[in-house]
Write a protein that binds this ligand. Sequence first.
Ligand SMILES: N[C@@H](CCC(=O)N[C@@H](CS)C(=O)NCC(=O)O)C(=O)O
Length: 209
Amino acid sequence: MKLIGLYRSPYVRRVAVSLNILGMEYDNEAVTPFESPEAVSRYNPLIRIPTLILDDGDVLVESYAILDALDDMSPSEKRLVPSTGDPRKHVMQLSAIATGTMDKAVWAVYEGRFHPKEKYHKPWVEHNDAQADSGLAYLNEAVLKADCGENGWLGGTDRISQADISASIAYSFTAMARPKLGVADKYPALDKFAGRMEAQKAFSSASPQ
Ligand SMILES: N[C@@H](CCC(=O)N[C@@H](CS)C(=O)NCC(=O)O)C(=O)O
């Protein structure tokens, strides 16, 4: 398989870490759609990352759809989202809050990166920052509720799930990309939990470049 996109993208990173945990082999083409649009557009009409090319040549786009396909390709004992019922709902909910947090932190970054200085709209950046912050507050509460700072898993599963992967990456990305939010001081439980996740080889071997 070939995973297109830099690990600096939290969406690419959640796919990379999931591939590592699922034990699926892949090569990473560390490009961005901004600097190398043609490297992405030949596979993905949206020119976005992550884009995953399967061994049979099929192309998958959108991290949630990619992750769903990877789970579907995996034996049930390895899947990262429980197949049914409340456990599935819970892991999906935490993963949705985590990816929404990624969206908001990314949009706040994009405003500064892609708008000329005179068109930078501070209230919009503050709006997105506040939503990213609120997403992390929710995840911090979830860590406290699951009591998983030192042991165990965020989604209440008996092994790592997509909730653990996406929540940790949402936190790490926001801490890196929006330093002014001071999330380590505000959300120590989530900081500790994400630190534990990031120490695993599946995460550290897909560090943001
Ligand atoms: N919802 C998408 C978001 C992907 C996304 O926004 N990727 C960014 C990089 S972090 C990108 O490709 N941006 C280029 C663009 O949207 O023009 C997913 O989960 O895969």
